[in-house]
Unconditional design. Structure first.
Length: 324
């Protein structure tokens, strides 16, 4: 099995997909870090309390103008207003611009779409690429059980999913540290800004040091990326074309993200895996797009999707026609 995993690792590196992923992370994180640096430089005497109060006023005005046309969007605004007001009441600056806070925020923001898209780029052709390269018949006729071949591909994909997330966190700190204050890992953070409708529940808020809060957030994001990798593996088994597998996965992620934002009335969409992907943001206090989606619901939903994708991938791959 170790030899199979090593072989799959070399294949993935040879296709230079991981290098592309790292390049994308470097480019995006560099631009965002520099943008924050310019914002701070242009406002040397910034008043964070005034900025926070203005943000709250803007959100409240947006709610008055929109009414209740989008329940999910309104719930998100109410949650953000409550969060900002909590920080104001306790004289704490929310999202203080430091490198450690930038690393923590990366898990929230990138977990919505960026990291799942990058894992899709890595994994959606891990099987279908064999057909494109003409090595599928050789692969399936080797004196090795097919389940071992697919397991090596799944493990390799999970390894690179872990490396992608880890690289994102390391790059977020190493690139932002020259622009933003590098200290602050022990500063207090607050999570669990839960709400019932528009009612705020302060008893659900708990305090953690930033380093511990970041570890939890990255652990949740890692779990979500393992699910994305499992689904990407299934699509790679189903499609013989790499373009078909990658295109279907990317379309699913993008369309699912848009759907959860624009169709809050279609509650059946809460069972889509895309709805549960931003686990770090939900852990922080961002309300899920649909009522009834608790943190445990999202974790269980992703687990069911991952298990179903893996079972289906094994069932199809072990019965795959060599000459089909």
């Amino acid at each position: 099995m170790l030899n199979l995993i090593r072989n799959e690792t070399l294949k993935l590196l040879r296709r230079k997909r991981f290098a592309v992923v790292i390049g994308i992370l470097v480019a995006i994180i560099s631009v965002v870090s520099y943008a924050q640096y310019r914002h701070l430089k242009n406002q040397p005497n910034r008043n964070w309390r005034a900025e926070t109060q203005q943000r709250i006023a803007n959100y409240q005005n947006a709610l008055r103008r929109s009414g209740s046309t989008n329940v999910s969007w309104a719930r998100s605004l109410h949650s953000e207003i409550n969060r900002l007001q909590f920080y104001l009441d306790h004289d704490l600056e929310p999202n203080k611009p430091t490198a450690p806070m930038f690393v923590r925020g990366f898990a929230d923001v990138a977990g919505f779409l960026l990291l799942p898209l990058l894992i899709s780029v890595l994994g959606s052709d891990i099987v279908s690429a064999e057909h494109a390269e003409g090595t599928d018949k050789l692969l399936l006729t080797r004196p090795v059980r097919r389940w071992k071949i697919l397991t090596s591909k799944l493990v390799t994909l999970w390894i690179f999913s872990t490396l992608t997330l880890f690289s994102g966190g390391v790059l977020a700190f190493s690139i932002s540290a020259p622009f933003l204050p590098a200290r602050g890992w022990s500063m207090p953070t607050f999570t669990g800004f839960a709400a019932s409708g528009t009612s705020f529940r302060p008893e659900s808020i708990h305090q953690l040091p930033l380093w511990k809060d970041a570890l939890i957030a990255y652990g949740l994001e890692w779990y979500a990326l393992l699910t994305v990798a499992a689904i990407a593996l299934l699509l790679s088994v189903v499609f013989r074309s790499s373009a078909g597998a990658i295109g279907t996965m990317l379309a699913s992620l993008i369309a699912g993200t848009i759907l959860t934002r624009l169709s809050p009335d279609w509650t059946a969409a809460k069972y889509l895996f895309v709805s549960a992907l931003p686990l770090p943001a939900y852990y922080t206090g961002e309300p899920p797009p649909y009522e009834g989606m608790s943190m445990m619901f999202c974790i269980a939903l992703l687990g069911i999707w991952a298990a179903g994708a893996i079972i289906a991938a094994y069932a199809i791959f072990t019965r795959k026609d060599v000459f089909g």
